[in-house]
Write a protein that binds this ligand. Structure first.
Ligand SMILES: C[S@@+](CC[C@H](N)C(=O)[O-])C[C@H]1O[C@@H](n2cnc3c(N)ncnc32)[C@H](O)[C@@H]1O
Length: 246
């Protein structure tokens, strides 16, 4: 199929958090303006001391919101390319992206395949990514011209609908921390290891629990386990874990 002229849209992560940051930021600036006006005109002279803290708070929240948008729109794509470029692709791999959302890793991997297949599974949770749906992801697949190599499935990381030893590469970005229970995160990691082929490669990018993931992967005897240095693209540190199944 010919590529569409549409540009892919990989979504904004944690949209409600971003909105909250912008609203609190704007509120801070509005209150700072009110405090300045009331003190400047002599109506409430005591409010002068509030101007600077309110201004600082408002700007801090606005900057944090802006960094999160930049992280979703720009920095994530750079990190995606760095992580995928570190994998020695043959071009015929079977790839799984767990919690693929709008297809950031999935499509990046599919572009490195000539004959293989890239499957994305997700629960398509709206609170985790704005406008999350298989239809939105498929539009990106079309825009990036990889429809012949990509498949989307509804599925839960804690119960992967695939046989043991299916995939050459399993990827997951900013998804597993959305499983709030520790034991259930461990189940998801066990599932990921289960569906990887021996010799298969794993790359997990996440903002939380990566130390815990590393420990669990060690318990599963994963080889070449590396936890990257932190990347502050969402202000809070993101780490990348890579490993190989024995
Ligand atoms: C912040 S988004 C990241 C999406 C994509 N990986 C990316 O980097 O742009 C997190 C994704 O994980 C999905 N997700 C959360 N819990 C999941 C689970 N238990 N199984 C599968 N997907 C899940 C959400 O629906 C969402 O699409």
């Amino acid at each position: 199929m010919a590529p569409t002229n549409r540009k892919p849209n990989y979504g904004i992560d944690a949209p409600k958090v971003v909105l909250r940051f912008f609203l609190i930021g704007i509120g801070g600036l509005l209150f700072a303006s009110c405090a300045w006006l009331t003190s400047h005109n002599g109506w409430l002279p005591g409010t002068r001391s509030l101007v600077r803290p309110l201004l600082t708070m408002g700007l801090a929240f606005l900057v944090q919101g802006a960094v999160m948008v930049w992280g979703s729109k720009v920095a994530k794509l750079r990190l995606r390319d760095k992580v995928l470029n570190a994998i020695p692709w043959r071009g015929d791999e079977w790839v799984l992206d767990v919690g693929c959302g709008h297809g950031l890793m999935l499509i990046g991997a599919a572009k490195r395949l000539r004959r293989g297949s890239a499957i994305g599974i997700d629960l398509w949770q709206q609170e985790d990514q704005a406008g999350n749906s298989p239809e939105a992801t498929w539009r990106n697949v079309e825009a990036e011209d990889v429809t012949d190599r990509v498949e989307l499935r509804n599925g839960d990381a804690r119960e992967l609908p695939f046989a043991d030893n299916t995939f050459d590469v399993v990827l997951s970005s900013w998804a597993l921390h959305n499983i709030y229970d520790r034991a259930e995160r461990a189940t998801a990691l066990r599932e990921i290891v289960r569906v990887l082929k021996p010799g298969g490669r794993l790359a997990i990018i996440d903002i939380r629990h990566t130390g815990e993931y590393a420990q669990i992967l060690q318990e599963h005897k994963m080889l070449n386990l590396i936890r990257s240095r932190p990347n502050f693209l969402f202000v809070i540190p993101t780490f990348t874990l890579t490993a190989t199944k024995p």
